[in-house]
Design a protein around this ligand. Structure first.
Ligand code: ATP
Length: 334
C-alpha cells in the first residue's frame, strides 16, 4: 500500500500549460477525486501519475519512490478508463485472468485472485459468459475486476462511468466506493461531474485551467469554498453571485448564496427583495425558482411543489448565515 504525492508538477504541450505547479498529497487508502471543467488538466495529471505522459517539471511520488523515470508497468498501478475494451472472444474469467497470465502469475494465485474479484464485484454467475452477453453495467464491473485482480498499490480511474446511463451510473458509483473501501487501496478518480465528486471522494481536488483551486472534503468545499470558482462549481443548482448594489442591499464585495439560503419572504431574513420569476424547476419534493433582480439572478428554494409562474413577481429574503463573500477582483473568499 502507498500514498501518492505530486510536488510542484507541471506539464506543457508546446505553448499550453496543461498542469501548473501541482502539489497534492493523497494519503494511503484515500479516495481522491480530481474534478474540474473540460481542459482543466485532470486527465493530464492522471496520465503523468500513470507514466503515460512525461513530466515537464516537479516530481511524482508513489510511496517513498520518485516515479518520474519509472516505466508505467513498473509503477504498480492499475487503470480503469471510460473505454474499457474487453476481449470479446474471451470469457469473463479469461478477461480477468489475462493480465495475470501475461505477468506469469502462478495458476493457483490467478484462481484465488479472480475468485476474490468476482465475489467483491458480484460477477460469480457470469464468469463463463462472453462480453457480448453482458449488460453495460456488468461489462463495467468486469473492467473494474481487471484492475482489482492486479492488487496494485494505486487505482487510477478516468471517467469510468461516463458511458453508462444515469441510473446505472448512480448505482455503479456506489459499487466503486464500496469496493474501494473493502480493498482499501489508494484511488485517484477523474471526473468533470461535481455530483460524482461529492458523493465518491474522501477528498476532492478542484482543478481549473491547469491549476489546483482547492483540495478538501466534500463538506469543506461546499461550506467553505476558497474562491468564487470553487463556490460556483460545487453544488447543484449552483451558487448565485451578486453585489449589494445590484439587488439594492448594503452588502460589501461580491456575495455568493446557495438556493437553500434564498427563501420566500418571512421575518428574520435579510430583505425583502423583489424580483421577476425567470424559470421554475419543480422537482416534486422541492422547487427551485430562478428570479431576476436587476442584473442579478438568484435561485429561490421552496419546499414541496410551489405553484409559481414565469413572469410573476416574487418576494424573498436571504438567510444571513448562508452568505459568502468574495473579493470582487481576485475572486478569493473573504
Ligand atoms: P477533459 O475532461 O475534457 O478530458 P481534462 O481536464 O482532463 O479535460 P486535459 O485532457 O488534461 O484536461 O487537458 C488539459 C489541457 O492540455 C487542454 O488544454 C488540452 O487541450 C491540452 N492537451 C492535453 N493533451 C494534449 C496533447 N497530447 N497535446 C497538446 N495539448 C494537449
Amino acid at each position: 500500500m502507498a500514498g501518492v504525492r505530486f510536488e510542484g508538477v507541471g506539464k506543457r504541450f508546446g505553448s499550453v500549460e496543461a498542469v501548473r505547479e501541482l502539489s497534492l498529497e493523497i494519503a494511503d487508502g484515500e479516495f481522491m477525486v480530481l474534478v474540474g471543467p473540460s481542459g482543466s488538466g485532470k486527465t493530464t495529471a492522471l496520465r503523468m501519475l500513470a507514466g503515460l505522459e512525461a513530466i515537464s517539471s516537479g516530481s511524482i511520488f508513489i510511496g517513498d519512490r520518485v516515479v518520474n523515470q519509472v516505466a508505467p508497468r513498473e509503477r504498480d498501478i492499475a487503470m480503469v478508463f471510460q473505454d474499457y475494451a474487453l476481449y470479446p472472444q474471451m470469457t469473463v474469467f479469461d478477461n480477468l485472468a489475462f493480465g495475470l497470465r501475461r505477468r506469469k502469475v502462478p495458476g493457483a494465485d490467478i484462481q484465488r485472485r479472480v475468485a476474490e474479484a468476482a465475489r467483491v464485484l458480484d460477477l460469480e454467475a457470469l464468469l463463463q459468459r462472453r462480453p457480448g452477453q453482458l449488460s453495460g453495467g456488468q461489462a463495467q464491473r468486469v473492467a473494474l475486476g481487471r484492475a482489482l485482480v492486479r492488487e496494485p498499490q494505486v487505482f487510477l480511474m478516468d471517467e469510468p462511468l461516463s458511458n453508462l446511463d444515469a441510473k446505472l451510473r448512480t448505482q455503479t458509483r456506489g459499487e466503486i466506493r464500496r469496493l474501494q473501501q473493502e480493498v482499501d487501496t489508494t484511488t485517484v478518480y477523474v471526473t468533470h461531474d461535481q455530483v460524482e465528486a461529492m458523493t465518491m471522494g474522501d477528498r476532492i481536488a478542484v482543478m481549473n485551467e491547469g491549476r489546483l483551486e482547492q483540495v478538501g472534503t466534500p463538506e469543506e468545499l461546499y461550506e467553505r469554498p476558497a474562491n468564487r470558482f470553487v463556490a460556483g462549481f460545487i453544488g447543484s443548482p449552483a451558487m448565485s453571485f451578486f453585489t449589494g448594489a445590484e439587488v439594492g442591499l448594503n452588502l460589501p464585495n461580491v456575495v455568493g448564496v446557495r438556493p437553500e439560503h434564498v427563501r420566500p419572504w418571512r421575518e428574520g431574513l435579510i430583505g425583502p427583495l423583489k424580483g421577476r420569476i425567470a424559470f421554475v424547476e419543480a422537482l416534486g419534493r422541492e422547487t427551485f425558482v430562478g428570479v431576476d433582480v436587476g442584473e442579478a439572478r438568484l435561485v429561490v428554494f421552496e419546499e414541496g411543489r410551489a405553484e409559481r409562474d414565469v413572469g410573476d413577481e416574487i418576494e424573498f429574503g436571504l438567510v444571513e448565515s448562508g452568505l459568502r463573500y468574495f473579493d470582487a477582483d481576485s475572486g478569493a473568499a473573504l
